[in-house]
Design a binder for this molecule. Structure first.
Ligand SMILES: [Zn+2]
Length: 303
């Protein structure tokens, strides 16, 4: 080997040691919606995996032990909170033996702690009676206002965990805020002509988005949140739909749509099947495109 090539080899080795491949922050989220927001603010400084799929009901995920393995080396666990994952996340977090991601841990971020809840129960709630929203409505991530608040909390925590890239997280947060504002302007324009009109939804998944857009829910297919609609309840919704001038029922694609079809037959309303989260359909590939699908569905449901 010549002196020159030896010198070059040494130079390459030194360069390799001087700038080792930087490890991305390992983020695990409970839902694909949260993963999508982490991707927006984390970019290529993070690696993100979600424990559930967008085609699944996030209240009822199978707590498969393989999910605990994914949590073992997580640098950050982002969950929704407000009891959304109470049926499946706590055992996985315990099994992971990752002390920092336990509730209140330095590497745990519960998004629900950073937004104001809607649908807070005014009296005592007994979960045994089937209501799965005893701590308020956990479906806040489709609300452009609250999505930006959650993104800011995630960006702040990523900057603490990975201070060398703090400026990147800040810049990407600003870019996401800009994207949400621009998309939100279009969504408001699309739905403004229908302000005050009502829809029926299967579950209270769209409450925050309806509130943001000036639309209303006249009723819900579920008699209690988490309880499948019995025929008597479907029959009672016929009068509700007629009184409120409801033209459409929105049902997430992980629910049985037959009760909504019965209401369609009884009350002459449309049934519109929607994704329940990012990844719930092919079109809903990131946060903006998911909410865009929902806004289009709402536009169909009110006319
Ligand atoms: Zn729910």
């Amino acid at each position: 080997m010549s002196h020159l090539s030896t010198a070059l080899s040494v130079a390459f080795l030194l360069a390799a040691f001087a700038s080792p491949a930087r490890a991305a922050v390992n983020v695990v989220t409970t839902t694909e919606g949260l993963a999508a927001v982490v991707r927006e603010v984390g970019g290529d400084d993070v690696k993100v995996i979600a424990l559930s799929r967008g085609v699944q009901d996030p209240h009822f995920v199978d707590a498969n032990p393989s999910l605990a393995v994914k949590l073992r080396n997580a640098d950050l666990l982002v969950d929704v909170g407000m009891d959304l994952e109470i049926g499946w996340l706590p055992p996985l977090v315990t099994q992971s033996r990752n002390a920092a991601i336990q509730p209140g841990g330095a590497r745990r971020l519960t998004a629900g702690n950073f937004v104001s809840p809607m649908d807070l129960p005014t009296g005592p709630v007994d979960r045994s009676q089937g209501d799965i929203h005893p701590s308020g409505n956990p479906h806040f991530l489709t609300d452009p206002r609250r999505a930006v608040q959650v993104a800011a909390a995630i960006a702040g925590r990523l900057a603490e965990i990975d201070p060398g890239n703090a400026a990147h997280y800040r810049e990407r947060l600003q870019a996401f805020q800009g994207k949400v504002a621009a998309a939100g302007k279009g969504w408001k324009e699309r739905l403004a002509p229908f302000a005050g009109r009502s829809v029926i939804t299967q579950h209270k998944t769209l409450t925050y988005l309806l509130d943001w857009s000036g639309l209303k829910a006249a009723g819900y297919m579920e008699p209690k949140q988490g309880v499948a609609p019995p025929p008597s309840h479907v029959a009672s919704l016929v009068a509700v739909a007629k009184a409120a001038g409801v033209k459409g029922v929105l049902v997430e694609n992980y629910y049985d749509r037959r009760p909504a079809d019965q209401l369609r037959d009884l009350a002459g309303v449309k049934v519109i099947v929607i994704p329940g989260d990012v990844g719930g359909t092919k079109e809903a590939s990131d946060w903006v495109s998911y909410v865009d699908v929902l806004v289009k569905a709402l536009g169909q449901a009110v006319q």
